[in-house]
Design a protein around this ligand. Structure first.
Ligand SMILES: [Ca+2]
Length: 321
């Protein structure tokens, strides 16, 4: 898998999960702006790779700003801290040297030296991938599964009343990625799913008891994140960990409840700007033969819910290993 990330706390938890998972080979990481600047995100990824002892994984710094207009400016220091890692780790990573690059080139390079298909997990604004598709439209056939954390379907947004942050930071990029003709339908892990599968005090306690240096590295940031994000969804002591669920969805898709739905991103600039509009009429029995979805909708496998117990079991198993 190649991971595209904006370097926040849940991004780093997702990286931890993938680096620890025996069924996954993290071949490269591309970073973007979003939760923090792309250069800060690269530093955060470098710290995770150092803590994991995986400093040979290439890290490229991609987009520093959105490709199109956006309803909200990047940044999320209230929940991720000024440095995107809860302001817990002041040291500088020294063994990983991120370099400027493009996610498309990274996929092509690691794809050439890898025997299997490359999956792509996108955990930030979709600028890197959209720009890669502009320069290399055939990328849609070079990638196996694309999994994107983003969007809100029936759930309200977290950046605007209707828009999820990754889409709201660059709606035009999200629209391009959604509209691309991926050889395998893309999977979208929405707030509808991430707000249903939260973590709680039990997982935090396991984090703080862990002996693994990487898990201990994450304990402080995740404690910071939980103090700010708890209670917004799913009960007073529980907090979503959006990107970690998206990473788990890549490995264990059965944790989430998926529906194949035509999808489009609103780029019109009105009150629904950056909303992910899905044709949920298709969920109603007998509807499919009536008014068709607008031309331009693309069918994605959309996560509309998740099994919280199964997600927590996966996280606990990883924490205990
Ligand atoms: Ca993220």
């Amino acid at each position: 898998v190649v991971v595209d990330t904006d370097g926040g706390i849940d991004d780093c938890a997702a990286l931890w999960y993938l680096l620890t998972c025996p069924r996954v080979d993290v071949l490269g990481v591309s970073v973007t702006y979003g939760n923090v600047s792309s250069h800060q995100a690269a530093q955060n990824v470098a710290k995770v790779l150092e803590a994991a002892g995986r400093t040979q994984i290439p890290v490229i710094v991609g987009a520093t700003a959105p490709m199109g207009p956006a309803p909200v400016a990047p940044g999320a220091s209230w929940v991720h801290g000024q440095d995107g890692l809860g302001d817990c780790h002041s040291w500088l990573a020294s063994q990983v040297r991120p370099f400027e690059g493009k996610v498309g080139d990274l996929v092509r390079e690691v794809g050439a030296s890898s025997r299997g298909e490359i999956d792509l997990l996108c955990l930030g604004p979709l600028t890197n991938l959209a720009e890669a598709l502009l320069g290399d439209p055939d990328l849609v056939t070079a990638v196996g599964q694309v999994v994107v954390m983003g969007g809100a379907i029936a759930e309200c947004g977290n950046a605007t009343p209707v828009a999820e942050a990754n889409v709201a930071h660059d709606p035009r990029a999200a629209a391009a990625v959604i509209a691309a003709q991926w050889s395998t339908p893309g999977r979208l892990v929405t707030l509808d799913a991430t707000h249903e599968a939260t973590l709680g005090p039990g997982e935090l306690a396991l984090l703080e008891e862990a002996r693994s240096p990487l898990v201990r590295f994450l304990a402080g940031p995740l404690r910071f994140y939980s103090e700010r994000a708890s209670g917004l969804t799913g009960g007073p002591a529980s907090f979503p960990c959006h990107d970690l669920l998206a990473a788990a969805a890549l490995v264990e898709p059965s944790i989430l409840r998926w529906s194949d739905l035509p999808l489009e991103v609103d780029c019109a600039g009105g009150p629904a700007w950056a909303a992910t509009v899905a044709d949920r009429r298709l969920l109603r029995p007998g509807w499919s033969s009536r008014a068709p979805s607008r031309e331009g909708f693309r069918t994605w496998r959309v996560a509309l819910g998740a099994d919280q117990a199964a997600f927590r079991a996966v996280v606990r198993e990883m924490l205990s290993s």
